[in-house]
Design a protein around this ligand. Sequence first.
Ligand SMILES: Nc1nc2c(ncn2[C@@H]2O[C@H](COP(=O)(O)OP(=O)(O)OP(=O)(O)O)[C@@H](O)[C@H]2O)c(=O)[nH]1
Ligand SMILES: [Zn+2]
Length: 370
Amino acid sequence: MDEVLMDEDDDCPELVPIAGNPLSPGEQIPVTIITGYLGAGKTTLLNYILTEQHNKRIAVILNEFGEGSALEKSLAVSQAGELYEEWLELRNGCLCCSVKDNGLKAIENLMQKKGKFDYILLETTGLADPGAVASMFWVDAELGSDIYLDGIVTVIDAKYAMQHLTEEKPEGLVNEAARQIALADLTIINKTDLVNGEELNHLRDTVRSINGLVKILECQKSRVDLSQVLDLHSFDNKDGVNLVEKLQLVKTTRPHLDKSILTVTFEVAGSLSEDVLNVFIQDLLWEKAFQNQAGLPMKVIRLKGIVSIAGKANQVMLQGVHELYELDETPQVWGEEPRVNRLVFIGRNLDREILQEQFISTVLKVGDRN
Ligand SMILES: Nc1nc2c(ncn2[C@@H]2O[C@H](COP(=O)(O)OP(=O)(O)OP(=O)(O)O)[C@@H](O)[C@H]2O)c(=O)[nH]1
Ligand SMILES: [Zn+2]
């Protein structure tokens, strides 16, 4: 086991070099964020992935507030069934905060010195907002990092999830368990041994009512098919699945819980001016300018879409997490059929009709329909 030393004069932990292949430039490594409420089964999932037979060299970052020094974070690397462990020493003990300063850099340094990982899994603490962690990796990838965000996986405790989801929060505060589901690209309902079929159905319906986009797996002891967890490509379009087809299957949901998060989706034909589309998104995400019928501001947690930009032959993908969003041209070319913008919003106080009207009046008013 090698020590990772923190140089007092340096923001970045210094890592003890170990022989390995240096990272070849331009090759990006996926990171999957594993989130979920306290005790849901995140660590069980990571341990399962580390010990399961696979041909990937997976680095796992456990972000636990354990006993003992909160300044040490374990970084486990599994290769060909063998487990290596590294320690990341983080200045303020919280990976969510320190990833930004030095954690990410530490991972990159570790790869430079120890050789490339094929995959990184990062467990966030039970109460962390995965959106904040996700945003960092996302922004960093844009800046030419070696790492890209593959997806957010939320582990759900079959027995206690409903209790967590229905917990009353002070006005204005988001229920953390619901937020973790809203942000998920994949949810794993774990501990199905502790509930009956009826309870499981109710939980599944509730998860679906929050996030109309998410894939749901069910298991015990976090034993899931790894091919369903890794390489989701949730933030890019390299999974080979046509996003248009995927988004077409999404339905606007009815909230199961009071004041809860829900999914809203609509489609509008025509092509948009990119500038005006930016105005709409910024009004929604940054200015919180749109209100529902009760006069409450719409708050979007996750946003996904395919839009048609006037003058562009290719489809453009829209992705958003909290206030961060991105428009990205895809390799997919629009066909002969009329172009349709398809958007999916997950958040609070969302009203499909009002949102669609706002979209039409902001974005299509400039008369550049084709
Ligand atoms: N009955 C039952 N218990 C499980 C199952 N999966 C995990 N557990 C247990 O649930 C407890 C919590 O599991 P962890 O994997 O530590 O959960 P975690 O999400 O990492 O927890 P924190 O890091 O504390 O938030 C452990 O005692 C596990 O053994 C399951 O499918 N059924
Ligand atoms: Zn854990």
